[in-house]
Design a binder for this molecule. Structure first.
Ligand code: IPD
Ligand code: CA
Ligand code: CA
Length: 266
């Protein structure tokens, strides 16, 4: 069993505390009180309860750290200390439709070193993907490596498709038009955190999406990097996290895809 730092233990404790309730609520999805935050962007009681459980657990472990969480927003802490970035339920639309593909995402954002720890936990499969800066990315004790495929024709590429009131459909369609004819398949499963974890695990060969928030990307960003992958914005710079614009893959595929993306957006 690979050893990990105390912070990973804290994150693991938080996700394990929130997960049983999420699983139960998923089973009773029809009975949940659902309110609309915006078109096709639902917030369920499950989101809020999971967030409260996770925030309480993280604050208990590091009382002076701030947090950036999807529902509560920014919770200020000591600015010289790291902060947590949390998405309590990534894949809410799946959750509310009874599709068992969603995750909890937690990252540590250090004021000097950037994202140093990340965890993406999938409650329905009990898979916990985690990474520590400089110490690799792991799932259930196994080291993660991005896929080693070199030929786009063999690749499965995942994406996030803009939806009602969300995202730039013209930009997405241009990229899709350039990438789809070159690859073995495109997938849209509906959880950006898991999309990135699955690139880190070599299940997907690549992923692209824009319009993402820090809590969608932070943990997955480190997973991909620590699994030996490349993650940039569409221009190829290291600003994927700030811009919420992500192109992730192994080194060779990344440069091929980046060319296709750049040409399509010209
Ligand atoms: C969403 C998911 C989805 C992505 C959206 C995100 P949420 O997060 O990650 O895959 O396409 O852009 O907002 O709302 O389910 O936490
Ligand atoms: Ca999300
Ligand atoms: Ca969410």
């Amino acid at each position: 069993m690979v050893s990990h730092s105390g912070l990973i233990t804290v994150m693991e404790r938080a996700v394990r505390k929130a997960a049983p309730r999420l699983r139960r609520d998923f089973g009773e999805v029809q009975n949940l009180q659902v309110s609309r935050k915006g078109p096709a962007d639902f917030v369920s009681m499950a989101d809020k309860q999971a967030e409260e459980t996770i925030v309480a657990e993280l604050r208990n472990a590091r009382p002076d750290w701030g947090l950036l969480v999807e529902e509560a927003g920014e919770i200020k802490g000591d600015p010289s200390k790291p902060r947590w970035i949390v998405d309590p339920l990534d894949g809410t639309t799946n959750f509310l439709h009874g599709i068992p593909h969603f995750a909890i995402s937690i990252a540590v954002d250090d004021p000097v070193n950037g994202i140093t720890h990340g965890m993406v936990y999938q409650p329905m499969t009990d898979e916990g993907f985690w990474a520590e800066k400089g110490r690799g990315a792991w799932v259930q004790g196994n080291r993660l490596r991005v896929s080693s495929r070199r030929d786009l024709a063999d690749c499965i590429v995942s994406t996030g498709i803009p939806f009602l009131g969300h995202g730039d459909f013209t930009q997405w369609s241009r990229i899709f038009g350039a990438v789809a004819p070159e690859v073995a398949g495109i997938r849209r499963f509906g959880s950006a955190a898991l999309d990135l974890a699955w690139v880190a695990a070599g299940r997907y060969d690549a992923f692209w999406e824009s319009g993402l928030k820090p809590w969608d990307v932070a943990a997955g960003y480190l997973l991909v990097k620590e699994a030996g992958g490349f993650i940039t914005d569409y221009r190829g710079t290291d600003r994927a996290l700030e811009k919420g614009e992500v192109l992730a893959a192994n080194d060779l595929l990344h440069s091929r895809l980046h060319k296709l993306v750049a040409t399509s957006l010209r």
